[in-house]
Design a protein around this ligand. Structure first.
Ligand SMILES: [Zn+2]
Length: 306
């Protein structure tokens, strides 16, 4: 490990302070994805620990079709999407998340916009914004806007329910975290660290998080939805690849891991070392450890990047 002790000390002090405040209480109140799935949407995906459905197939499903963003100036489009969605789904139109303006920058209308999103997912998104901004170092400056490639989109899966968001860019005053510019593959270690810190923090709020190492379709955005359960699953390709990339880019895993989605011995050893680095006892199968690991990794990645 080449992480300076003073950086680690700062990260741990700040995380201890954060874990004691009100944010956790709010997150505990999030609806369970399983309940939301049952109550609102029907079995769009077969999910849950008792499911025989291959996780990987479930992960691939939401992104197979090209996306047409809806909302904002496209009010007619939003209506069409509402008609296509099950009637029990409560959709709202949002122009801000936790007070931060939303933008669309992949076409027209380019600029500030609003998106249609499922009410049950809105709290996940707003908590994600709070969790990320609470960890952004002062050097980032304030979070000025959030660029999304789409939330409610007419297609099967979680986008069709308004329970997914594609992140193109998180724009702080002095720093941009830009999946749309393939930050994961940047020559800059700092840029890569920020990308994986953001992905880890998104994953601390919901599953799935589909990132650039998951598959080619996600190399220019980070997809976040709340269709699956929170705990770490060693059979989830996207979760294991996230852990492997975080170990490489944030924790300086040595030897460097191949990001292959296989939770083998080298990955287990790297995780053990990373958990020790951030003073966590236990393993990722413990939901509380998993969430703390993601959050500490996120804060550490951000702090190391400035
Ligand atoms: Zn997506």
């Amino acid at each position: 490990m080449t992480i300076p002790q003073e950086v680690l000390d700062l990260v741990l002090v700040e995380e201890d302070r954060y874990e004691g405040d009100d944010h956790d209480a709010a997150e505990v109140a999030l609806p369970s994805p399983r309940l939301a799935e049952d109550a609102a949407c029907g079995p769009v995906r077969t999910l849950g620990p008792d499911s025989a459905a291959p996780d990987e197939a479930a992960e691939v499903a939401p992104e197979e079709q090209p996306e047409a963003p809806l909302g904002g100036a496209g009010a007619a489009g939003g209506g069409a999407a509402a008609a296509a969605a099950p009637p029990a789904v409560a959709l709202v139109t949002v122009s801000h998340l936790a007070g931060v303006p939303l933008r669309y920058e992949r076409g027209q209308p380019f600029g500030p916009t609003s998106f249609r999103v499922n009410l049950a997912f809105l709290s996940t998104l707003e908590d994600t914004v709070r969790v990320v901004t609470a960890r952004a170092p002062e050097q980032f400056g304030p979070l000025q806007n959030l660029v999304s490639a789409g939330m409610l989109v007419v297609k099967p899966g979680m986008h069709g329910l308004g329970r997914a968001c594609d992140w193109d860019c998180w724009r702080f005053r002095h720093v941009e975290i830009a999946p749309v510019r393939r930050d994961h593959a940047s020559d800059s270690r700092a840029v890569r660290r920020r990308y994986w810190a953001l992905a880890a923090l998104c994953r601390s709020q919901s599953a799935y998080v589909l990132h650039a190492e998951f598959n080619a379709a996600h190399q220019d955005h980070i997809h976040q939805d709340n269709g699956a359960t929170m705990p770490f699953d060693a059979n989830s390709g996207t979760a294991v690849k996230l852990v492997q990339a975080v170990c490489n880019e944030i924790f300086d895993a040595s030897p460097r891991l191949s990001v292959d989605g296989s939770f083998g011995q080298k990955t287990r050893d790297a995780v053990t070392a990373a958990l020790q680095t951030v003073h966590l006892d236990g393993d990722l199968s413990d939901g509380a450890i998993w969430r703390k690991f993601l959050r500490r990794a996120g804060r550490l990645g951000f702090t190391l990047s400035v």
